[in-house]
Ligand binder design. Structure first.
Ligand SMILES: Nc1ncnc2c1ncn2[C@@H]1O[C@H](COP(=O)(O)OP(=O)(O)OP(=O)(O)O)[C@@H](O)[C@H]1O
Ligand SMILES: [Mg+2]
Length: 283
């Protein structure tokens, strides 16, 4: 009964709007020639609710320059994941506009928005297939060298070389990677995707301190030269962000750099100091 409820719920969902008439594309000039997407992102009075009468995001505005690293922090339920969902256009806005390089994301097809992003999410996913296929993922024309270079950059190459089939090793129930290795594999995947905008939902727990350091380094190198949005769980990792957005109840309640926010002595400073105190205790 529970399963059929989900199936029928899915069938009853309204169709997504037809987008076949949308001519403009990110990454193409008006004549259709490929151009580089820079990765400027602009949120202008964004409003949104998953249900029409229950707003989650009230009035979100922020302007991000290409290549900047933006951290989004805030308590659970604040709306961090929601902002990422909206940015990638998994949902349409109730009001306001999100622009990438000055183009409103609802004026181009969804697939075209999605292809501007690489994501590294907290729950890593690998699928049944070879290591090569898992890293190359949906990108076309990826060579063995591309995959190997990315795996070397995240420190996985050596391990893969020790497997009997190397990069052709099938990942299934018999050969599986550890949690840390899976996280590194998804970072390698994002490197190969090489999209102009990056979304990182930081890994927490479940890896040892050394692996965490390796992952952190790999993530840091991934953000270089890309606009990145980092949903940070440990504030120590976002000290170098160009802008920190502190969210609570769907609103930005503070914004600035780490030093500015600490000096302000508000919500962020409290959050940081409490995490810092905890680290001191456990160390
Ligand atoms: N698919 C959904 N349908 C309806 N409401 C949702 C949905 N996803 C999230 N919400 C609601 O939207 C609000 C913001 O949730 P969101 O997932 O953005 O929080 P978050 O800041 O990412 O929290 P966390 O730190 O726990 O990941 C919450 O009140 C949540 O209950
Ligand atoms: Mg979330």
């Amino acid at each position: 009964a529970a399963a059929s409820e989900r199936v029928f719920g899915f069938l009853e969902e309204p169709e997504m709007a037809d987008e076949s008439q949308k001519q403009a594309l990110l990454g193409r000039d008006s004549a259709g020639n490929p151009i580089q997407v820079k990765g400027d992102v602009e949120f202008e009075h964004v409003r949104f609710g998953y249900e029409p009468d229950k707003p989650v995001i009230h009035d979100f505005s922020a302007s991000v320059k290409a290549g900047e690293k933006v951290a989004i922090v805030g308590p659970t339920g604040a709306g961090k994941t929601t902002m990422v969902n909206l940015l990638m256009r998994f949902y349409d806005l109730t009001g306001g506009t999100i622009r990438i390089d000055g183009v409103a994301t609802n004026e181009v097809p969804r697939w075209n928005v999605h292809s501007q992003f690489s994501m590294v999410l907290q729950d890593t996913w690998v699928f049944r297939g070879s290591i090569f296929e898992n890293v190359a993922y949906s990108k076309e024309g990826v060579t063995h060298d591309d995959v190997q270079r990315a795996c070397a950059a995240v420190g996985l190459d050596r391990y893969i070389q020790t497997l009997p089939d190397g990069y052709d090793t099938k990942l299934d129930d018999k050969t599986s990677l550890s949690q840390g290795q899976r996280q590194l594999l998804t970072i390698a995947r994002a490197m190969v995707q090489n999209a102009p905008i990056l979304i990182l939902d930081e890994a927490t727990s479940s890896v040892d301190t050394r692996t965490e350091e390796v992952i952190q380094k790999a993530m840091d190198s991934l953000t270089v030269g890309r606009t990145s949005f980092v949903i940070a769980h440990r504030l120590s990792t976002i000290k170098n962000a160009d802008m920190i957005l502190v969210m609570d109840h769907g609103d930005i309640i503070e914004r600035g750099t780490h030093d500015e926010l600490l000096a302000k002595g508000g919500f962020y400073a409290d959050l940081y100091n409490s995490q810092f105190a905890q680290t001191e205790l456990t160390a």
